[in-house]
Design a protein. Structure first.
Lengths: 254, 254
């Protein structure tokens, strides 16, 4: 039988609240479904639950839009308070038009609305926005460490978001944080099957992991914000997900 | 136990030659490794083997570079004959600089070098280039039909390439052809877990399938150019992969 790469979404993760112990929630849900982490597993957590656990929620009622935010809200048709948060979380506005606001988020990510979502908070009526984690690579390292301490399993962690692309419709996975894995697999210098040296092949392993996890989470991704990938053959050298961000001076499409 | 999405690379696919029967090669390799296709499987084939089977090989010795190709070869440092083929396969040059030539390929794909690779032909010494299939959606439909006729299994087919991106390092999977699956899953109008109507969620299912398959194929992707995905929950409505190509008038980054 051919070697399997398997991915399963973890059922039964409760709605995450600020301050929650994500590792504990994940391990409880795994245990309840008869699963256990193994060495080499990759645990993929949706950005939303990491942000919520880290308390990255802002009440829109507390946001005072700047003049620039009001101007961009006029262009995009977006809530000026949301636009203000986007500006606070960004270093540059790349494009603004009706319904579209694409920025460079502080982490260097080119992303719509700085990755900020209107958030659902259970039982709450306040309009809340959910920002990206301050340092998703650190979040991934922390989650990895906590999972290891409690299970002994040497797992990798990827924190995943779903984003649009310049020339393609539809969202795909993007790794905004990772730990215990090489997010960008540089195969340059390896040889192909005819002995020719590969010149340009770098594979965005962590982004592909995020996309594969999205498939496993499926339509109910909001209810299943964690997936586990098993059987992945990829280098486990440590490098942050920021290694995937194209350097500004190499960007030809800004 | 949580539901599994599994992917395995099919071992033992021989080097593909022009005119080869891809369905036959895939089924022979599956059989030899003790595998069989099942209803609902997604068969992912690398673009290279589809192009080779369809004879999309061009000998560089037969290519006469135009003046424009010579000019772009000077800018990019690329072989003028390769540049000539890129121009013939493209409708527009988006960016040209040292080592970089990004075009809109005839299918609408924004892609480096029009997706053309220098090709390895077993035992051959001629310098060959391998073009994308003329109509990869038709290729996918043909492969799906052939697999179904010989096995009875109702599978989907995705023809996958690996491509770079504007703001991220590393390649990820891109579906250039598909059959038996909805490449773009439009969830707009569905409701989230709080009953709020989703406004913008369209998921590029087929591109994510291509990325997941890349992970299963791994470093030896050239030797394992076919993967099978099992357990995918996604709509099977028929739509071509060209549905993933962003319309020119909605492109903000050209």
């Amino acid at each position: 039988m051919a070697a399997r790469l398997t991915i399963f979404a973890v059922p039964g993760i409760p709605l995450v609240q600020p301050g929650d112990d994500l590792a504990g929630l994940i391990l409880d849900a795994l245990g309840a479904s008869g699963e256990a982490l193994q060495d080499g597993d990759v645990v993929v957590a949706a950005q939303k639950i990491v942000s919520k656990a880290e308390g990255r929620l802002v009440s829109l009622a507390d946001v005072e839009p700047s003049a620039r935010a009001v101007e961009l809200a006029g262009i995009t048709g977006k809530d000026p308070r949301m636009v203000e948060l986007v500006l606070q979380e960004s270093t540059e506005v790349l494009r603004a038009k009706t319904n579209v606001l694409i920025v460079e988020q502080k982490l260097g990510l080119v992303i719509a609305n700085a990755g900020i979502d209107r958030s659902n908070v259970e039982g709450g009526t306040a309009e809340m926005a959910l920002l990206l984690p301050v340092d998703p690579d650190a979040s991934a390292r922390g989650l990895r460490q906590a999972l290891r301490e409690r299970t002994g399993a040497d797992v990798a962690v990827v924190i995943a978001d779903s984003v649009g692309r310049a020339w393609r419709y539809g969202t795909t996975g993007m790794a905004i944080g990772c730990a215990g894995i090489e997010p960008l697999w540089d195969q340059r210098g390896d040889t192909d099957m005819f002995g020719k040296v590969l010149e340009v092949t770098e594979v965005a392993i962590a982004d592909q992991i995020a996309s594969a996890a999205n498939l496993a989470m499926g339509e109910a991704a909001e209810r299943t914000p964690v997936a586990v990938m098993r059987g992945l053959a990829a280098p486990r050298r440590e490098r942050p997900a920021t290694a995937l961000v194209r350097a500004r001076h190499e960007d030809m499409f800004r």
